[in-house]
Design a protein around this ligand. Structure first.
Ligand code: PMP
Length: 433
């Protein structure tokens, strides 16, 4: 019996059948109302496998979740209770659209730890995670058809955001030192000669998600110059900057370039993603438009979580927590690199990140990692296929592995389960030659 037969043979109560008919009819009518933009809104591959990855017994090397177990949860619970009991009328009320002044000052201290020494709290806008800041940047700067440049590969959430604004995302291949200024310049020249309008360069210069690659310090300066010469605004997304394993973050592109870089930061990786707080440090001449667009979307960032984060920064040893988690991520990264070295077949190569959450594996040309995901799930391990991280529809021979949320033992086990699948795919590929 097909599922169609099954549906038809099911006796539904008359009122359920009528409700079903109404729903189908509404769906047809409302289909006509969707904006063209809505057709471009995709579910991220990372979210796709999110539900699968929490199945018991599976080792998930898929999601880039931060490690939260070392947070002082009992103390934070008491702090949250105090905030509501003593400042509830502020914490539970609407707040200013730009975010609380005290938190914006503290955000400047966090940025100082990253190497941005001249940030003014007046230029900071607190956002609902860095994700919403990306959305606002696209909204404020991009019309349909405009070009946004980015690294290949890049963060899937940013791709989804830009594509939803009907932007033409042009991804530029990286080497082991990140975006290559020469390649960037050539692509800009070519696009301009075709009459295209390039608005933004979206970049994750430190520990790029998904590749773990970091843009070399010398390249950062040159890329800012190229973008300035071509009137392209840089959107620097730096949620992992403070997670450099050796504890010495590289100066962001924004350091020393207050007018040319829109800088995005986040509390998701250095504290907790559940507070949904990030920020934008906006060049002063762009600040008003950016802030008004943020306000139009969320009215104000959550005062309650702003007060919690503010208390965390003021009353807790947040730098000490960072030292501990950096060490933990460094250990996990080392476990992953060692397991890859031990188990992966010839023909596979991978990046060696200095920080962040991810390792990027490359298989020989012609191997498509998407179908391998299903085999991996059957074998008890999950990863994200590389195709998720590029605007191209071509199959990808890459895959992303996250080490942030799994113990060294699970990492070893996960790679051990993954290796035979990759080996078989590589052998199958070479037998086709
Ligand atoms: N940018 C990058 C590069 C990310 O990896 C992520 C989350 N994985 C985000 C932005 C979104 O972060 P947030 O939780 O601050 O919205």
């Amino acid at each position: 019996m097909t599922s169609q037969d099954e549906l038809e043979s099911t006796q539904l109560p008359a009122e359920t059948e009528a409700a079903l008919e109404r729903a189908v009819e509404s769906a047809h009518r409302h289909e006509l109302l969707f904006s063209e933009r809505a057709a471009n809104i995709k579910q991220s591959a990372v979210r796709d496998v999110f539900d699968i990855s929490i199945r018991p017994g599976l080792v998930s090397l898929a999601g880039g979740s931060p490690y939260l177990k070392s947070l002082p949860l009992d103390d934070l619970g008491r702090t949250a209770e105090r905030i509501i009991a003593e400042h509830g009328l502020e914490a539970l009320q609407y707040g200013g659209g730009q975010g609380m002044e005290r938190l914006r000052q503290q955000i400047c201290d966090v940025m100082a730890a990253e190497g941005i020494l001249d940030a003014d709290p007046a230029d900071v806008v607190v956002t609902t995670g860095s994700q919403s800041a990306q959305d606002v940047a696209a909204k404020v700067f991009c019309d349909p058809g405009d070009v946004v440049l980015c690294e290949d590969p890049t963060y899937v959430g940013a791709l989804n955001t830009f594509e939803a604004y009907q932007v033409d995302v042009q991804a530029i291949e990286m080497d082991e030192e990140g975006l290559d200024p020469h390649r960037l310049e050539q692509r800009i020249k070519q696009l301009l000669s075709e009459g295209r309008r390039i608005k933004l360069l979206y970049t994750i210069p430190s520990f790029n998600n998904p590749s773990g690659i970091t843009m070399a310090a010398e390249r950062r300066q040159r890329i800012v110059e190229i973008c300035r010469e071509n009137n392209i605004l840089i959107v620097e997304d730096n949620p992992y900057g403070l997670l450099r394993f050796d504890g010495n973050p590289l100066p962001p592109m924004r350091a020393g370039h207050p007018d040319d870089v829109l800088y995005l930061g986040s509390f998701s990786k250095i504290f907790a993603p559940g507070v949904r707080l990030g920020w934008a440090l906006v060049p002063r001449h762009l600040h008003r438009r950016f802030y008004l667009a943020c306000e139009a979307v969320v009215l104000c960032p959550s005062p309650l979580t702003q007060m919690l984060v503010s208390a965390y920064l003021a009353e807790y040893d947040w730098q000490g927590h960072l030292v501990k988690t950096r060490e933990l991520y460094s250990e996990r990264c080392a476990s992953m690199l060692s397991a890859l070295g031990q188990h992966l077949p010839d023909g596979a190569s991978w990046t060696r990140p200095d920080g962040g959450f991810f390792v990027w594996v490359t298989l020989p040309q012609g191997v498509d990692t998407y179908p391998l995901l299903y085999q991996a799930i059957d074998a008890g391990v999950v990863f994200i296929p590389g195709a998720a991280f590029t605007p191209s529809d071509e199959p990808s021979n890459k895959l992303r592995l996250a080490f942030s949320a799994v113990s060294p033992e699970e990492i070893e086990e996960g790679i051990r389960r993954l290796a035979p699948i990759l080996r078989a795919a590589i052998e199958e590929r070479s037998s086709r030659n």
